[in-house]
Structures are given as structure tokens and as C-alpha cells.
Design a protein around this ligand. Structure first.
Ligand SMILES: [Zn+2]
Ligand SMILES: [Zn+2]
Length: 343
């Protein structure tokens, strides 16, 4: 039986490259030859052995939930895709018929499985998925850009859309890892003015290059004054937290204008805020945002192409699958923005 290489993260910072059988697609499935797959902050939960999805069992699956590549084989019931199609892959595999699957939010399905956590993912030479999980990408889009267009850019596109960013918006983005950086690109393309905040100087410099109007060290004494001066009038009309830090939540809520909309994207087990002063009397809308609906992907591609957004700029490091141990170590130590396995 033909074999392929696949990356597993059993925990305790172990990275294992195993030789496994190339999967064969069932009637409604396809086999994708993976050309690019990104490392994500959530993969580090596997790396450390406390998976955010799937618990203890998660380490048993091939990792990688942000893959892109080319269809090489289709099951007999697949009519909408053919070998040679360029695709990105949606990470949530649902039942396909419940209300959440039908609305494009497969990650809310009671039976959902998550690529890279509870279903085999894309850090391998090939990936078998249901055809309905494929997101067709344009011929002119690189595989790296296609992979980044899913969890990194797609997630922040969805958050920015829910925040309601337009040409009159003043938006703060806290946490400038790959998510926050993608947020800068999306918010600027939607027409907002953007202030981006991170304690790491290199990350601020990178956000500036991506188009942030102002970058601020949130630990600086005058950080809040700078945000207020940038926002003008009553404060920020929108904010996105990608840091998961309580200090950032508080700063965003304090800097928000009445009726502002605040998206929490960075994972946080708990936080402490002051609802009366920060939210209630300012009529804020504070909400969580996770990944994106499949129905949003057409608009994600449209925003990327109409604004000429170069997603590959977010991929500061590329690695061979064989180099997975170094890739995860560098990503863990925040030495990279988006790190991508390429073949
Ligand atoms: Zn991810
Ligand atoms: Zn379902």
C-alpha cells in the first residue's frame, strides 16, 4: 500500500513524522494533494498536550487544520470537483444536514469533527475529506495564500465584518500574531482606520508594514492616551482582541465609544472586566468570533482579489514537512508570524 509522511503532535513538545497509508476517498469524498498547510496558535495546544478541541484523543490524528492543495482523486458521487482543481479546505466536518451545517457553520454541528484534532488533517502529503469541505480557490492564488485565506484571514474577515468596519470606523486590534496581522489587512481593506497594539516591537513594525495607521506598545505609560487621541471624539468604534489577555480586554472596553462593537477572537479561559462602566452604560456589543461560515468564503476571496491583498506576506517562514520539529519550536517561541509547510 502506498505510503505518505504525516506530522503528529502527541504532546509534551514531541513532534513525530510517521509513514502512514495514503487514504482512499469514499463515494462523496476527495483526495487532495497538499501543497501548503499552516501552523496555528491552536496547534500549540496539541504540542503541549492540552488540546483545545478533542481533549486527550486529539494527539492521535494527523495535525494541520489550514491546508490547501490540488484535488487528485474524487469519489464516484462527487460531481462538483475534479482532479486538478485548486482548493483550500474548511476545517469542520459536519453531518451536512443539520441546521448549522446547512447554514455553513459546520463547527456548530453536534457531530462535527475538526481537521487536525479529531479528524486527520493536512500536515501530510495527502488529505481525504468530504467534497463539501472544499473551498475552490482561483488559479491565480498561490497555495500558501489559499491556506492563509482560511483560519488566519477568513477568521479575521468574519470578525471585522461582524464589527461592522467601514470607512468611518476607528478600530483597535490587540495582539499582532498571525491573527492580528490578518486583522490589520482585513480591516484596512474594509476601509477602517486601524490602531494595532502588541508589546513585541517586531510585531508592531510588521503591522505597520501591513498598513496599520498607528502601532502602540500597550505596556507604555501613555498607551491609552495614544489610543484616545487616535480614535478622537468618544473612542474606538470597534475593537478586536486577538491576545486573549485580560489587560487587553479591559483596554479595548475602556477605549470603546458608545455603541462600539468588540470582537473577542484570542482564546481565553477567563477574564475580569467591569461591565457597568465598560459595557452597560456605553451600550456596547461584545461578542465572540471563531473561524468563519462557509457561506462567507466567496466574499473573503472577493475582498482579497479586489484589494490585491497579498496574504503571502503573512507567511514569514516556510518549512519542509521533515523540518516539523524546528517549525513548531520556532512558532512556539514566537520567532515567526505564519509558519507554513510547503511541498
Ligand atoms: Zn488555525
Ligand atoms: Zn450537522
Amino acid at each position: 500500500m502506498a505510503k505518505m509522511n504525516a506530522v503528529f503532535l502527541p504532546g509534551n513538545k514531541q513532534v513525530e513524522i510517521r509513514s502512514v497509508a495514503i487514504p482512499q476517498p469514499g463515494p462523496d469524498e476527495v483526495l487532495v494533494e497538499i501543497k501548503a498547510s499552516c501552523i496555528c496558535r491552536s496547534d500549540l495546544s496539541l504540542y503541549y498536550g492540552n488540546a483545545v478541541v478533542g481533549g486527550e484523543a486529539a494527539g492521535a490524528c494527523i495535525t494541520g487544520h489550514e491546508p490547501a492543495g490540488v484535488v487528485v482523486k474524487t469519489g464516484e458521487a462527487v460531481n462538483e470537483f475534479a482532479p486538478g482543481d485548486r482548493v483550500a479546505v474548511y476545517l469542520a466536518v459536519g453531518c451536512g444536514v443539520c441546521k448549522h451545517c446547512r447554514s455553513g457553520h459546520h463547527y456548530l454541528c453536534a457531530k462535527w469533527r475538526c481537521l487536525g484534532f479529531t479528524a486527520d488533517g493536512g500536515n501530510a502529503d495527502f488529505l481525504k475529506v468530504p467534497a463539501r469541505n472544499l473551498l475552490k480557490t482561483p488559479d491565480g492564488m498561490s497555495h500558501i495564500a489559499a491556506a492563509i485565506s482560511t483560519d488566519a484571514f477568513g477568521t479575521l474577515y468574519s470578525a471585522c465584518r461582524k464589527v461592522g468596519i467601514d470607512g468611518a470606523s476607528a478600530v483597535g486590534i490587540w495582539g499582532l500574531g498571525p491573527m492580528g496581522s490578518a486583522g490589520v489587512l482585513a480591516a484596512k481593506a474594509m476601509g477602517g482606520r486601524v490602531v494595532a497594539l502588541d508589546p513585541i516591537a517586531e510585531r508592531r513594525a510588521f503591522a505597520k508594514k501591513l498598513g496599520a495607521d498607528l502601532v502602540i506598545d500597550p505596556l507604555a505609560d501613555d498607551a491609552m492616551d495614544q489610543v484616545r487621541e487616535f480614535a478622537g471624539d468618544e473612542g474606538l468604534t470597534g475593537a478586536i482582541d486577538c491576545s486573549g489577555q485580560s489587560a487587553a480586554h479591559n483596554m479595548a472596553l475602556d477605549a470603546a465609544a458608545p455603541f462600539a462593537r468588540i470582537a473577542m477572537v484570542g482564546e481565553a479561559a477567563e477574564t475580569t472586566i467591569k461591565p457597568s462602566d465598560q459595557m452597560i452604560r456605553k451600550q456596547l456589543t461584545v461578542f465572540g468570533s471563531w473561524y468563519f461560515g462557509m457561506d462567507e468564503y466567496e466574499d473573503i476571496l472577493a475582498l482579497i482579489s479586489r484589494h490585491g491583498i497579498d496574504l503571502e506576506r503573512l507567511a514569514t517562514h516556510t518549512f519542509d514537512l521533515q523540518d516539523a520539529e524546528r517549525a513548531f519550536r520556532m512558532f512556539d517561541q514566537r520567532e515567526t508570524e505564519k509558519a507554513v509547510f510547503v511541498r
